[in-house]
Each structure stands twice: as structure tokens, then as C-alpha cells.
Design a protein around this ligand. Structure first.
Ligand SMILES: [Fe+2]
Length: 303
């Protein structure tokens, strides 16, 4: 028995030069859980170094020209409309990718995890113990959908539709694949193929790449840009969609690393393939933003 379990875990990490491992992994190491060994932990840390240098330094994660421009808030009406339309297409296509991911789950737990995200997307609120409704009557970003109620107004797509309406767009002008550019559709198809694919190692690599991209700060840049746009135009676009996702990602980020470590210790991970598949997913992500960048330049002179 240890009086300070956390401290003894850090001691163990220091003693074996395993600083950087998440707490659950250190705990599993001390318990000598199946698959966990000091040796494998050292191999993981070397692998993490490769991931950092060969995947997480991707342009779309560290330097995204479109979101850097967007953050300035200098959009003209055509540019802001185009952005909302492409995002609405992505938002709907993501449902398909998430449904595929759910169907391809190989444990009940991972099916639940995927189903939770899907159900929440279409309008089932997360319920946590101490839930308070916020400004846009949105649900909490924590808790579970189990036992919770569906409502149309909790669907993420409808939060985007509220913005679209304020911009003068009709329902028929958003959300469908026919409104997507080639770049947007390429990204969505890559999500379905890789993130939602039936190969576990590929979908895990794609998931890890997507989570790290989503946690890299682009939601904050979009929020910043939209707030400035609101200030300049007095339009008062409701930003719930973006604020909610930013909050959600902040929570995901913490779990993403733990999931990778668990995957590494419990499965026989092909390191090269993981990095290659992650980069393939990020190429799809980059295509989406680069497509938006090209489009906003084309729309620079329109009003
Ligand atoms: Fe969403």
C-alpha cells in the first residue's frame, strides 16, 4: 500500500526514464497488467517521438492559412456564407462516417462510445450529474446520452442552420453533398473510408489524427473570427455550434493520449502503418481547409 499512489507512480516513471507516459499507463505498469512492461514503455516513448515528428507536425495542425485568415474577421458576406455551407456539408457527412465507425466497432464499449457521439450529433443531449442548460439551450459536453431525451433543437446541424438563416440562406441551400466543393467531399469521403473504416488499426490512426487536429485550436480561431464579424456587421450570429465544439475538444484532448497508449500496450501496433494512416487522414483534413482557402480567395471581390 502506498500513501501517495500518484507520487510513487512519478517516482517509478523517473527511475525508468518514462516521464511522458499518462497516469493510467503508469498504473497499469505497476500492476503488471497484460501487455505492459518497462521495455514496451520505452519503445512507446520512442514511437511517440516519431508521431510528434512525422504526424503531429503536419501543416494543417501547426499552420492552417485559412483559419489564420478567418480569425481576423474580415470576411465579406459571400465568404462567410460559403464557409457555413461547406461546414454544413461536413457536419452531415460526418454522421455517415460516425455511423460506419459505430457499425465497425469490435467491442460493445466502443460501439457505445461511437453511438454516443452519433446520437448526440443528431439531437440527444449528454446528461451529467450537475447539468445546467446554457445560453443556446444546449446540452452539456459531458456525461452520457443513456436515458437522455432527444430533441430536434439539440442537433448540431440545426445550430448551423440558425446561423445560415441569419445569413439569408434557405434550408435547401445547405447541408447536402451537392453543395460541397470537390475538396469538402474528398475530406468527407476520406473520413468515411479511414475514420469509419473496418480496419481497426487504420480507424484508430485516423481517429488519433482527427482528435489531434480538432484539439489544435482551430475552433478558437473560428470563434474569434465570427465574434469580430459580428462586431463589424451587428449581425449577432449565434456561435453555439462553435463554442460547444471547442469545449468538447478540450475534454477529448486529455483522453486521446491515454487511448493511444492503451492501444499500443494491448495491441500489436504497426508503427509505420499508424503514422502513414494518420497522415493520410490529415491529408484529407488539409484538403478541406485548402479548399476553403481557394474558395475565399475566389470570393474576395464578390459581395
Ligand atoms: Fe458536432
Amino acid at each position: 500500500m502506498h500513501l501517495h499512489p500518484q507520487k510513487s507512480l512519478y517516482d517509478l516513471a523517473q527511475q525508468h526514464h518514462l516521464e511522458g507516459l499518462t497516469l493510467p499507463s503508469l498504473l497499469a505498469l505497476t500492476k503488471e497488467q497484460e501487455g505492459y512492461s518497462i521495455d514496451k514503455a520505452k519503445r512507446f516513448l520512442a514511437f511517440q517521438g516519431r508521431i510528434n515528428n512525422e504526424m503531429l507536425n503536419h501543416q494543417v495542425i501547426i499552420q492552417n492559412p485559412y483559419t489564420a485568415w478567418f480569425e481576423q474577421g474580415d470576411q465579406n458576406p459571400a465568404q462567410i456564407k460559403a464557409f457555413i455551407i461547406q461546414f454544413s456539408v461536413f457536419s452531415n457527412q460526418f454522421l455517415i462516417a460516425q455511423l460506419h465507425k459505430m457499425i465497425h466497432a469490435d467491442t460493445l464499449e466502443s460501439m457505445h462510445a461511437s453511438k454516443e457521439i452519433l446520437a448526440n450529433e443528431i439531437g440527444v443531449r449528454f446528461q451529467s450529474g450537475q447539468q445546467h442548460e446554457n445560453l443556446n439551450n444546449q446540452s452539456s459536453t459531458e456525461g452520457s446520452i443513456d436515458g437522455s431525451r432527444f430533441s430536434f433543437s439539440a442537433a448540431h446541424f440545426e445550430w448551423l442552420y440558425i446561423i445560415a438563416k441569419k445569413l439569408g440562406l434557405s434550408f435547401a441551400e445547405i447541408g447536402q453533398p451537392k453543395h460541397g466543393t470537390h475538396a469538402t467531399l474528398f475530406f468527407c469521403n476520406e473520413l468515411i473510408r479511414l475514420y469509419g473504416g473496418d480496419n481497426y488499426q487504420i480507424s484508430q490512426a485516423a481517429s488519433y489524427a482527427v482528435e489531434n487536429w480538432a484539439a489544435a485550436g482551430f475552433w478558437k480561431q473560428l470563434i474569434q473570427g465570427l465574434q469580430k464579424y459580428n462586431d463589424q456587421t451587428g449581425l449577432d450570429l449565434p456561435l453555439g455550434f462553435f463554442i460547444w465544439h471547442d469545449k468538447l475538444e478540450a475534454q477529448h484532448a486529455a483522453h486521446t493520449q491515454e487511448e493511444l497508449e492503451e492501444l499500443y500496450f494491448t495491441q500489436n501496433l504497426d508503427e509505420d502503418a499508424f503514422i502513414q494512416n494518420g497522415n493520410e487522414m490529415l491529408a484529407g483534413v488539409a484538403a478541406f481547409w485548402d479548399g476553403l482557402e481557394v474558395q475565399r480567395q475566389e470570393l474576395a471581390t464578390t459581395h
